[in-house]
Design a protein around this ligand. Structure first.
Ligand SMILES: NC(=O)c1ccc[n+]([C@@H]2O[C@H](COP(=O)([O-])OP(=O)(O)OC[C@H]3O[C@@H](n4cnc5c(N)ncnc54)[C@H](O)[C@@H]3O)[C@@H](O)[C@H]2O)c1
Ligand SMILES: O=c1ccn([C@@H]2O[C@H](COP(=O)(O)OP(=O)(O)O[C@H]3OC[C@@H](O)[C@H](O)[C@H]3O)[C@@H](O)[C@H]2O)c(=O)[nH]1
Length: 389
């Protein structure tokens, strides 16, 4: 895998220290990107978010070696006039802010559309008007369903990669009907991509769009009842971790037949690092960032996580480790799913020489070790606590 050295880019040019306005820096991806930039580079981060729990370890104490290179700005980009000033005094803006949890798409569809489209508009506008570079986080979900999913079940064409590999410049974007509100998220993300592209074409905005394919690792989402609401439904890694920690069966939505490719957050962050430090290679491009070698069905993911968790916790797994639930029961009316997501890697490979390296087993082993170490005791205590009468 190509890596950028501390001082020169992929073309051998010196890398100057940048000031980066990172919006959504307090989230899962933001926390890992901040960590990378503090530990391995000389760049400065203006970290914007409404929360900072996941980056507290980078902000305190003042004696940290990078203390003068990171500032936290607690603000909501929906309604805060400080945003333009922060973008203006940065060289680059990275926009990660979004509602991006499937349980919200059909239960909070307006918030989802506002967050992923309307709230991103000023960010794009300020970057364009002030001639600032933008790296915007979109999603693999903009591809929607695969062409293959519309073929008859027994069609041999379903096995042909031409019908399922997702390519940035040629694959269509296939969404379900309007009442399947999951696609409101994908549609909002697609429209902001189109707007950014148009700003590039008409007004010269220097942009890069990232389409993450299921990045997973430590600090993803929350564990319900411990560091998030007890009734909350996070993304699958945290749902299954929560079930394993509580010794409950893992819930397979609609049989767990959907397929996903999972990439380790630390591999994916390396790709973003390359984009930041190689603007000449990254500007004007849309990049898939995922690991095509780590494909599983959700059922296979559940089985693998059960085995890995038994190994890292030293506890035998429960007798019936999985249970089937319908999507209506689990997510409510209006849910739909992506059938299969395999990223084509040609563009990112050609432009940045990036390839993911961590296998699914290895990334689950390090992630579940973290989950066990971070949450097992808190869960034990919460279960032992007497219920207030
Ligand atoms: N994690 C993945 O695999 C994945 C996959 C596809 C797309 N993405 C995209 O990547 C981006 C980051 O994802 P993540 O997994 O880190 O999600 P996350 O929810 O952990 O992080 C998003 C952060 O944005 C902040 N935020 C949201 N609205 C805000 C606002 N109005 N003002 C200030 N801060 C706000 C949140 O507080 C949160 O900390 C999102 O745009 C998401 O759609 C992620
Ligand atoms: O407990 C659970 C949770 C989830 N699932 C299933 O697991 C699969 C993955 O679900 P996730 O919640 O991780 O989210 P998805 O992969 O569907 O979408 C995500 O990927 C792209 C990003 O833009 C978003 O972060 C999110 O939409 C889905 O098929 C879902 O139905 C279960 O079977 N059981």
């Amino acid at each position: 895998m190509a890596t950028s050295s501390a001082n020169v880019d992929l073309d051998g040019n010196p890398i100057r220290p940048l000031t980066i306005c990172m919006i959504g820096a307090g989230g899962f991806i933001g926390s890992h990107l901040c960590e990378k930039l503090m530990v391995e580079t000389q760049h400065t981060v203006l970290a914007v978010d409404v929360y900072n729990d996941k980056i507290k370890h980078l902000l305190e104490p003042d004696s940290l070696p990078w203390a003068n290179r990171i500032q936290f700005h607690r603000l909501n980009i929906k309604n805060d006039s400080r945003l333009e000033g922060l973008i203006k005094c940065s060289d680059l803006t990275v926009n990660l802010a979004a509602i991006c949890t499937p349980a919200d798409y059909n239960t909070r569809p307006l918030d989802t559309i506002y967050s992923n489209f309307i709230d991103a508009l000023p960010v794009v506008k300020y970057c364009s008007e002030n001639n600032k570079r933008l790296i915007h986080f979109s999603t693999c979900e903009v591809y929607g369903k695969t062409i293959g999913s519309f073929l008859p079940q027994d069609s041999p064409l379903r096995q042909d990669p031409a019908y399922y590999i997702l390519k940035e410049d040629t694959s269509p974007c296939i969404f379900g009907s309007i009442e399947k509100q999951r696609w409101s998220y994908a549609c909002a993300k697609q429209l902001i991509e189109r707007l950014i592209y148009a700003e590039g074409a008409e007004n010269g905005l220097e942009f890069t769009i990232v389409r993450p394919f299921n990045w997973i690792g430590p600090r993803m989402d929350f564990i319900p009842g411990i560091d998030g609401p007890s009734e909350g439904v996070p993304r699958v890694l945290a749902c299954f971790s929560n079930n394993l920690l509580r010794r409950e069966p893992l819930k397979l939505v609609d049989g767990g037949e959907s397929q996903r490719t999972f990439v380790y957050i630390k591999d994916a962050i390396e790709a973003v690092h390359l984009m930041i430090e190689n603007p000449a290679r990254a500007n004007g491009h849309i990049f898939n960032v995922g690991n095509p070698n780590n494909e599983v069905t959700v059922r296979q993911l559940a089985e693998m996580m059960t085995k890995v968790y038994a190994k890292v916790s030293g506890e035998d797994s429960i007798e019936n480790p999985t249970i089937d639930v319908s999507s209506k029961e689990f997510y409510g009316e209006g849910y739909d799913d992506s059938d299969k997501r395999i990223p084509d890697m040609a563009i990112i490979n050609k432009q940045l020489g990036w390839d993911p390296k961590t296998s699914l087993w290895d990334l689950l082993e390090s992630t579940l070790t973290y989950q066990h170490r971070t949450y097992a005791e808190a869960i034990r205590q919460s279960i032992a606590k007497p219920v207030a009468s």
